[in-house]
Design a protein around this ligand. Structure first.
Ligand SMILES: Cc1cc2nc3c(=O)[nH]c(=O)nc-3n(C[C@H](O)[C@H](O)[C@H](O)COP(=O)(O)OP(=O)(O)OC[C@H]3O[C@@H](n4cnc5c(N)ncnc54)[C@H](O)[C@@H]3O)c2cc1C
Length: 395
């Protein structure tokens, strides 16, 4: 028999943001229900960071995020610094370590963090129901709050929190539900595109570099006035690796990406010093770059010959090729391979302190569904915790 249950807070989506919101709200004495369409909670947390979950970053600050309005993130981040989630892990005896640049990972497995979230939800009295496809959500015609309709019955709630995530990795259950719901309630949603995603070569570059799939090097990649110096990986379709994933979030269709294959090295000075040697360029470059990459660059970028035979003009061309290699990506590998979705519910529609809709009181949006995207390195999960926490204090 269909029945109606009433909750103070109903949360759509049992990911990082939804679960954090549920825990904080339930600890404040709210009766909380989380509805999840997948068969298990926190699927992205389970696979994040290669199964070790890069759950936060010690250097969290607004500059590490992308949004049409970066001021929006200040309040939530200030009230949920990284030590909050660290304290949560410590409380549940989950050990973690800093890998590099402030990135914190679970020592053992991301599942430890998922279990901690489950335990905390259970002890706070949060009800979680999985495998629940929602059929309809509307404002309660006979009182305050909302009615959420699913096959199993209606649920009524005073506060509705949308924590349904972004579009990336549909294989993990990503849907556009949150964006559609926002639009149905009259909220603006900014255009979405994949972020932290591999870039694709144009056909002619693919031909040149296809043999390098699997080769990586540390390079600097730049798009406009943003740059990242980290590992770059050749794939059979284009480029990936942390530096490329980072820049992909700033890249727009048609823009040029510039790569410095030898960051921190003044190659003109190196050539001046070694210009009288008989060693061939491909061998010489092999001292700076992986052998296969040195070979491809030497044969396709310029004529490979002994260093002593290059003219000044040729050296200029080589330096240009190695220090400022330009390409216009044909596109990205799309949501299938993107770690995040850029864009989302317009921050102008939400209170930065509580994540509550300005137009529709009682309706909240948290996590990736909002137009806030972090850089690579634990910032996206941090936003999920911080925005979930902010809403949890108000719902
Ligand atoms: C492969 C991969 C690795 C990543 N690694 C990291 C990392 O190491 N560090 C980091 O900071 N970030 C990482 N990210 C990004 C990070 O996982 C997300 O930004 C973060 O999980 C977003 O949290 P969320 O709660 O907003 O959304 P999600 O975690 O996506 O949760 C949303 C939930 O809502 C559910 N849902 C969707 N639609 C409905 C519906 N209609 N009804 C009910 N439920 C619904 C989904 O099934 C899902 O469980 C990674 C992402 C991917 C894809």
């Amino acid at each position: 028999m269909r029945e109606t249950c009433t909750y103070d807070v109903l949360i759509i989506g049992a990911g990082a943001a939804g679960l954090m919101c549920a825990i904080i709200a339930a600890k404040r004495g709210r009766k909380v229900l989380v509805l999840e369409r997948a068969d298990r909670i926190a699927r992205k947390v389970r696979v994040a960071g290669g199964g070790k979950c890069n759950f936060t970053n010690l250097h969290v600050s607004p500059e590490r995020f992308i949004s049409a309005n970066l001021k929006f993130v200040h309040s939530a981040l200030a009230r949920f610094p990284p030590n909050e989630i660290c304290a949560f892990l410590k409380k549940h005896h989950v050990s973690y370590l800093e890998k590099k640049d402030g990135q914190l990972f679970c020592c053992h497995s991301a599942l430890d963090l998922v279990h901690a979230l489950e335990e905390e939800c259970a002890s706070a009295g949060v009800v979680i129901q999985t495998d629940i496809p929602i059929e309809d959500v509307h404002q309660n015609p006979s009182g305050p709050g909302f009615v959420v309709r699913a096959k199993e019955g209606h649920r009524e709630c005073l506060s509705l929190v949308v924590a349904s995530g972004g579009l990336s990795f549909p294989a993990l259950g990503a849907t556009d539900y949150g964006y559609r719901l926002a639009e149905r309630f009259g909220l603006k949603v900014t255009p979405r595109r994949p972020g932290l995603v591999p870039l694709l070569f144009q056909p002619h570059e693919r031909e040149i570099f296809s043999g390098l799939s699997g080769v990586s090097f540390v390079g600097e990649v730049r798009c406009g006035d943003v740059s990242f110096s980290e590992s770059i990986l050749f794939t059979h379709k284009g480029l990936s690796g942390p530096a490329i994933l980072q820049i992909s979030s700033y890249w727009r269709d048609g823009q040029t990406v510039v790569i410095d294959f030898l960051p921190g090295i003044d190659f003109r000075a190196v050539m001046r010093k070694n210009g009288s040697r008989r060693v061939e360029m491909k061998t010489f470059l092999g001292g700076y770059l992986p052998g296969r990459l040195a070979q491809v660059l030497s044969f396709h970028g310029f004529v490979n010959k002994p260093l002593c035979q290059y003219s000044e003009k040729e050296i200029n061309a080589i330096v240009q090729r190695l220090k400022a290699f330009t390409f216009v990506p044909a596109g990205t590998e799309g949501y299938r391979k993107a770690e995040v979705t850029l864009g989302g519910v317009d921050t102008a529609e939400l209170s930065s302190r509580t994540m509550e809709s300005v137009k529709v009181p009682g309706l909240y949006f948290v996590g990736e569904v909002v137009d806030v995207t972090g850089q690579l390195g634990g910032f996206n999960l941090h936003w999920a915790w911080a925005s979930g926490h902010a809403a949890g204090l108000k719902v």
